[in-house]
Design a protein around this ligand. Structure first.
Ligand code: CMP
Length: 138
């Protein structure tokens, strides 16, 4: 089934000028970019996006990281987009990520891990609508 997922190139990926490489990886793997923008999140916006993690010990540090520079959220579409994106990204912690995955190639740590991807249909719906309205998604 064709699905949509939200991907974000995080501040570390943007700062290291990895955006083009990461977008190429998605395109080479069959994803279509349905929407894309570049935004510098405020603290409130980052807290709202990650509200599900608000009780976690790493929450404040995660919000500080996600607001340190611009990010590039994208709506990606293909068959099984949510799972496929997670495979291509690799494990959250780059130490556990398989060779050839984005995080294995480019991530520094479990926090500075270059990309975000929705982890379920419900989170994809919430996350896509957090960044894009219907007129912005092709
Ligand atoms: P992401 O896929 O964006 O979802 C939540 C983020 O929290 C995750 O990627 C990491 O960047 C971060 N994260 C998850 N677990 C930890 C942890 N144990 N320590 C620090 N950051 C974490």
């Amino acid at each position: 089934m064709t699905e949509q997922t939200l991907s974000i190139i995080k501040p570390d990926g943007v700062k290291k000028r990895l955006s083009g490489k990461i977008i190429s990886i998605f395109e080479e793997n069959g994803f279509e970019i349905k929407a894309v923008k570049k935004v510098h999140l405020t603290k409130k916006q980052a807290e709202g996006f990650y509200y599900i993690h608000k009780e976690r010990p790493f929450f404040n540090s995660l919000v500080a990281f996600m607001t340190e520079g611009p990010v590039i959220p994208m709506v990606l579409s293909c068959e099984n987009a949510i799972l496929k994106n997670r495979d291509i990204m690799g494990a959250t912690n780059p130490k556990d990520a398989k060779d050839g995955t984005i995080r294995k190639m480019f991530a520094e740590s479990i926090e500075r891990n270059v990309v975000h991807g929705s982890d379920s249909i419900e989170s994809a719906k919430f996350e896509i609508s957090y960044f894009f309205n219907v007129f912005e998604i092709l």
